[in-house]
Design a protein around this ligand. Structure first.
Ligand SMILES: NC(=O)c1ccc[n+]([C@@H]2O[C@H](COP(=O)([O-])OP(=O)(O)OC[C@H]3O[C@@H](n4cnc5c(N)ncnc54)[C@H](OP(=O)(O)O)[C@@H]3O)[C@@H](O)[C@H]2O)c1
Length: 261
């Protein structure tokens, strides 16, 4: 039997075990997927080995530590420097990032060229790199300056709240946690309203509530929350766990049921 888990702190709220176990059951695989809270990121590798796991997903706050601890990194995770999926292959821990492709699949239908990303954390990095790979013009706008340095060094256009100059963007993406536990906007209300009134699409990576950002955005543009990103990153991770043996559409069909529970 193969065993998988999600690592993070906290992990009690994570829907990953529900999604993965639905696909495991639906496809009739002999496997299980659990959640393991890891307060100390540096323990990640020891815990992986102690539980004799075959693969894990990694969530907040350990994606960057996971990147550092893996024996090998594949694909776009090398640029993003954050790992959300680890698979044990030939006794090595191999790290991937499926947030990036998962995000892209969730917005593929949007006809967009010029994108503004609000926030400069790990999720912003995943989204920025995949959008640039797809030839989009990407700008990052963040509250403070420190996290912008690595974007700047890697050739992205960046602004902090202090030096932002208004321009027209056809997509505005919120990757901050503003509005998740409070009623705040990810940016000054007036600036946000001007950006949205000139845009075509708005995306929020938060999936479980309609944030103040999306409530405002839907007055002006087509909107999307983070549910599909969450679903597609899970589908892609699942297939990495099983060496791409299963049909993505079939996995998605089973996992989608998790959102109706
Ligand atoms: N749907 C999905 O599948 C999916 C996948 C991954 C993550 N997520 C969600 O993505 C969000 C961000 O995760 P992360 O790992 O990138 O976080 P992170 O690394 O902590 O980065 C958070 C960023 O948001 C900014 N920020 C935080 N609170 C803010 C506020 N009230 N106003 C303005 N800016 C604020 C921070 O700015 P400073 O630099 O100024 O502090 C920072 O740049 C979380 O809500 C997470 O649940 C969703």
């Amino acid at each position: 039997m193969k065993t998988f888990a999600i690592f993070g702190d906290p992990v009690a709220h994570s829907v990953s075990p529900i999604l993965h176990n639905l696909a495991i059951k639906g496809l009739g695989i002999n496997a299980s997927y659990s959640r393991i809270a890891i307060p100390e990121g540096n323990e990640l590798k020891n815990i992986f080995n102690r539980y004799n796991l075959d693969g894990v997903n990694v969530t907040v706050p350990h994606k960057e530590t996971a990147y550092k601890l893996c024996d090998e990194i594949k694909g776009i995770a090398k640029d993003i420097q954050a790992v959300n999926t680890i698979v044990k292959l030939k006794n090595k821990l191999v790290g991937f990032n499926t947030d990036a492709a998962g995000f892209y699949q969730s917005v593929e239908q949007f006809k967009t060229d010029k994108v503004l990303i609000l926030g400069a954390g790990g999720t912003a990095r995943a989204i920025a790199y995949i959008l640039r790979l797809k030839n989009k013009d990407v700008t990052i706008l963040n509250r403070s300056e420190t996290k912008l340095n690595s974007f700047e060094q890697n050739g992205f256009k960046t602004f902090s709240w202090k030096n932002f100059k208004m321009q027209k963007y056809d997509t505005v993406i919120n990757t901050t946690s503003a509005g998740m536990k409070d009623n705040s906007y990810p940016l000054d209300y007036k600036i946000l309203e001007e950006l949205l009134s000139n845009a075509k699409y708005a995306v929020d990576v938060i999936y479980n509530i309609e944030t103040p950002f999306l409530k405002l955005a839907k007055k002006y543009v087509e909107i999307k929350n983070g549910k599909d990103m969450l679903l597609y990153q899970a589908v892609l991770a699942f297939n990495l766990f099983f060496n791409n043996r299963y049909d993505n559409e079939k996995i998605k069909e089973y996992m989608e049921q998790g959102f109706n529970l």
